[in-house]
Design a protein around this ligand. Structure first.
Ligand code: F6R
Length: 249
């Protein structure tokens, strides 16, 4: 289940190859995608590989995990903008196959319900890509989120606001709320890849390893999943027990 590489570059190349393998095997794959700094090199490698070996992406369907409330698709810190900047603008995925929660909707309840319904109507996600927050969040499911949750509105935790305000020129612009796929939406995926890199993720990865399945640590829900890969660089894996490090290389 653990895969540990020496560098971020190797982690990203491996993860991109896993995405590519899925698209090759299942041309109409439903991919659950994430944003954040961990995913930028993953998408860079995916683009590089697709340039070397072009694939027909016309049937590919994507669902992003989350979006800030109050930011338009044109806002440089919105996840819609991120996805277009780092991936979609450079790929031939039909716009109608790309799904992100709408952070400007006037009816959050209906929009959340429709988002989870759309994923289920397509038969669930074939592969969900995840990063992890320093507080253990997956998507924007903050500590104490119910594991049975579907897409919902969240109030971002103080830790997440501190962590993510680094992306905003004026940290006061950092949104307080977001829309996120729920934990049950994530667990319904047939396959999950959790990626973490850097020494700032070492502590949460050690906590995740030793934790019981507990809503206080959202990522611990993943321990219930039968097809989970955890892909780390050496720095993020640094506090894992020796036997995990030895078996994962
Ligand atoms: C982003 C997302 C978040 C991030 C997490 C880690 O779509 O769902 O859970 O994956 O906050 O972010 P980075 O990669 O910036 O450390």
């Amino acid at each position: 289940m653990y895969k540990i590489f020496a560098t971020v570059d190797e982690v990203s190349r491996y993860t991109a190859q896993r995405l590519l393998n899925k698209i090759k095997a299942v041309p109409n794959a439903k991919l659950g995608l994430a944003t954040g700094s961990t995913m930028k090199p993953v998408y860079e490698h995916l683009l590089k590989k697709l340039t070397q070996t072009p694939l027909d992406l016309s049937q590919l369907i994507t669902f992003n995990l989350d979006e800030y409330i109050g930011l338009s698709a044109q806002h440089p810190q919105s996840y819609c903008y991120y996805m277009h900047q780092y991936l979609f603008d450079k790929l031939q995925v039909p716009e109608c196959n790309i799904h992100l929660p709408d952070g400007l909707t006037s009816d959050f309840v209906a929009a959340c319900q429709a988002y989870s319904d759309a994923i289920q109507a397509m038969g669930g996600l074939d592969l969900q890509l995840l990063g992890i927050g320093s507080n253990g969040h997956i998507g924007f499911n903050e500590p104490q989120t119910c594991f049975a949750s579907r897409t919902h509105v969240v109030e971002l935790s103080e830790q997440t606001r501190i962590d993510n305000s680094r992306f905003f020129t004026d940290p006061a612009e950092m949104p307080t709320h977001a829309l996120t796929m729920g934990i049950q939406d994530i667990l319904d995926a047939k396959e999950i890849i959790l990626v973490a890199t850097g020494s700032h993720k070492a502590e949460i990865m050690a906590q995740l390893f030793s934790s019981e399945i507990d809503e206080a640590l959202p990522a611990s829900a993943l321990k219930k999943h039968h097809n989970l890969s955890i892909v780390l660089d050496r720095e993020a894996a640094a506090l894992l027990p020796e036997q995990v490090l030895r078996s994962a290389i």
